[in-house]
Design a protein around this ligand. Structure first.
Ligand SMILES: Cc1cc2nc3c(=O)[nH]c(=O)nc-3n(C[C@H](O)[C@H](O)[C@H](O)COP(=O)(O)O)c2cc1C
Length: 183
């Protein structure tokens, strides 16, 4: 019996961790600016955590992005261009994890530079990466390919792309994605 057809307690995923980046504050939703308390990608990360029982780690920038959306856009452009985005804390030791969920907003068509800082240079041999992304129109964009490039040795599965403005009603999409991955 699969996860969704049966008893959740009977379900055991491979040992997994969710590593994600997400920013609250001012954001842009289909034409309007809005202030949010919790980032969109974080909402999806928490659905996954609740469904599969994975560990969870949030990548935090050493220098927070501005709350102002337009300023944040500019800061992200500079950090990406200069490949300069130190993070508060390194990701935990990944050696015991078989599955890594990587969650990212789309920033300028790819991942925020902080996720490169967090993920590059680690050993991914034999691991599976399941990417999930929130966006305002770009879909997965280049994020799966970016992950393939920096996480050498890992298998990168089909990704999940959710529009940022719809995260609060996206739990069933998350479940369907996980089912499609064989959970
Ligand atoms: C700096 C920045 C750059 C962005 N670039 C894109 C983009 O290229 N394509 C897109 O569809 N959305 C873009 N967005 C919108 C975000 O991907 C979207 O709002 C996402 O849900 C934010 O996730 P978060 O709340 O978890 O940080 C951008 C947002 C920011 C702040």
């Amino acid at each position: 019996m699969g996860l969704f057809g049966g008893n959740k307690e009977n379900y055991k995923d491979k040992k997994s961790i969710i590593i994600y980046f997400s920013r609250a504050d001012e954001n842009y939703f289909g034409g309007a600016m809005k202030y949010i308390e919790k980032g969109n990608t974080e909402v999806i990360a928490e659905y996954i955590r609740d469904i599969v029982g994975a560990d969870i780690f949030k990548v935090e920038p050493q220098i927070p992005y501005s709350a102002d959306y337009m300023q944040c856009i500019e800061e992200a452009k500079v950090r990406t261009r200069e490949h300069n985005a130190p993070i508060k804390e390194n990701v935990p030791d990944l050696s015991s994890y078989e599955v890594i969920y990587v969650g990212s907003p789309v920033y300028w068509g790819g991942m925020p530079e902080e996720l490169f800082t967090a993920l590059k240079g680690l050993d991914y041999t034999g691991k599976t990466i399941r990417p999930f992304v929130t966006h305002e129109g770009s879909g997965l964009s280049s994020i799966p390919n970016q992950l393939k490039n920096i996480c050498t040795g890992a298998v990168v599965t089909n990704g999940l792309a959710i529009s940022g403005s719809s995260v609060n009603s996206a739990r069933s999409k998350v479940e369907n994605w996980l089912k499609g991955l064989g959970l």
